[in-house]
Write a protein that binds this ligand. Sequence first.
Ligand SMILES: NC(=O)c1ccc[n+]([C@@H]2O[C@H](COP(=O)([O-])OP(=O)(O)OC[C@H]3O[C@@H](n4cnc5c(N)ncnc54)[C@H](O)[C@@H]3O)[C@@H](O)[C@H]2O)c1
Length: 308
Amino acid sequence: MPTFAAEKLSYMIQNVAVIGAGTMGNGIAHVFAQNGFKVKLIDVNAAQLEKAIQNISKNFDRQISKGTTSEEQKKTALANIQTQNELHAVKECQLVVEAATENLELKLKIFRQLSELAQESTILATNTSSLPITKIAAVTNRPEMVIGMHFMNPVPVMKLVEIINGYATKKEVTNTIVELSKSLGKIPCVVNDYPGFIANRILMPMINEAIYSLYEGVAGVEEIDLVMKLGMAHPMGPLQLADFIGLDVCHSILNVLHQGFGNPKYAPCPLLVNMVSAGRLGVKSGEGFYSYAVTGNKDLVVSERFRR
Ligand SMILES: NC(=O)c1ccc[n+]([C@@H]2O[C@H](COP(=O)([O-])OP(=O)(O)OC[C@H]3O[C@@H](n4cnc5c(N)ncnc54)[C@H](O)[C@@H]3O)[C@@H](O)[C@H]2O)c1
């Protein structure tokens, strides 16, 4: 049974459905299961579900080697997770956290289905990084019970949950998600639904400005990252971070900001646009501002394209 004080919540939550078993979905399932919740991890792709369980198991092993959890806790947590291919499994859940691919049409389709399938009292949360919560809520039969629950990557490690109120989200739902996030050992922060919320509204223009600085020849890749690491105490520079997030993801979030505010200051830098068109997406494609092709090399290697 969950260990948090259920009386603090307006809604009793014991069973959680996580939709999408990718990077974020497996992390979200991990933290809920570790904290005693029963989790239905749902993905249309069976291979992805298998991979997710392997990743969760490996991530638990890492925690065990650091002494932050035990074999016994790993076993209990894994037993709390059931994998499913069908959305029907949400029927038994009091909370759904959607973490499927970042695509508005796909999310609208999923939330229309959730409207039909989930019990009336079930809270519907989305982990979207940038899509409008209010628009997603509007296609459901319960916009007041739809909310953004934006976990950060990697979920078991990162403390923040950015909680985003849609236009119609009711206070009891926000309070429940705040308390629930605390019960997962996270630090919740409530914001309102405007493009990029807070995290990406501030992060993405910084990354875009770093790319502009490179594009305009103000400095090279290493210099730009070094200034931000040593000068601002950022754990990694903005160009390395962009590679880690995925340049296609940065590009699409900047487009959301650009269209959402109608302000040219958010337009993605032409260099970013070119790199995405060329398939240089960062870590996931093997090359971005840095090259990830050389394995076993601990030092970052600047991509040949940007060597000076
Ligand atoms: N990756 C990050 O750093 C990060 C950080 C915060 C938030 N997010 C958000 O989390 C969400 C998921 O991102 P990700 O990086 O985990 O993506 P991902 O591509 O790793 O995983 C997405 C998963 O969704 C599954 N999926 C697609 N359609 C589905 C459907 N109809 N039903 C069930 N599953 C379906 C896919 O098979 C895939 O396994 C996105 O909304 C993204 O914006 C990502």
